[in-house]
Design a protein around this ligand. Structure first.
Ligand code: PNS
Length: 169
């Protein structure tokens, strides 16, 4: 009898998902049979995109990739990982400053849940300059995010701008 493989979790705020995230998720799905992309619901933060929008963008970008599932979670990542019986957490590392942010989280997660590993993947140089923070800044200033995010995000924003403009005519 074959057992269902334990998933790995790719957690994040995904506000919004970028082509950098997609690169990491695709790399993870080539390495692992089951990948759960998990959006953090953080009541202390007011995201630019609602949880529903962030889930929709992710579903459009990676939801049809084999073995990839999109979900959300609240609270500690390790508690969610335990509930999902995950073997590991996967995070992207673009540069050394990412390591400074990621290493204490990985070590704290290991302290809390020694059985759950953190695996770091390095994205393609073509997308290594992309971050959700910079994308949000461009969106707030009305710039173009073509090529930085999956098409679903740009289409959504174009429609939203269109309907806002129509309302003001
Ligand atoms: O995309 P982000 O915002 O860099 O992702 C950060 C995330 C969601 C991975 C991290 O904030 C997280 O795991 N939050 C859940 C709460 C938690 O477990 N905190 C302790 C981490 S040591």
């Amino acid at each position: 009898m074959t057992e269902t493989p334990r998933p790995v979790i790719v957690p994040g705020s995904f506000d919004p998902v970028t082509n950098g995230h997609v690169d990491i998720i695709e790399r993870a799905s080539r390495l692992f049979d089951r990948v759960v992309v998990a959006v953090l619901v953080n009541p202390g933060k007011s995201p630019l995109f609602s949880l529903e929008e962030r889930l929709l963008f992710l579903a459009g970008a990676v939801g049809r990739h084999p073995g990839v599932e999109v979900d959300s979670f609240q609270g500690l990542l390790v508690d969610y990982a335990r509930r999902r019986d995950a073997a590991a957490v996967v995070r992207g590392l673009r540069r050394s400053s990412d390591f400074d942010y990621e290493a204490p989280m990985a070590q704290m997660n290991r302290h809390l849940a020694p059985g759950i590993e953190t695996v770091f993947l390095v994205p393609s140089p073509a997308v290594a300059h992309i971050s959700s923070t910079l994308v949000r800044d461009i969106v707030r200033h009305g710039g173009s995010i073509d090529g930085l995010v999956p098409d679903g995000v740009t289409t959504f924003l174009a429609r939203r701008r269109e309907s806002t403009t129509r309302q003001h005519v």
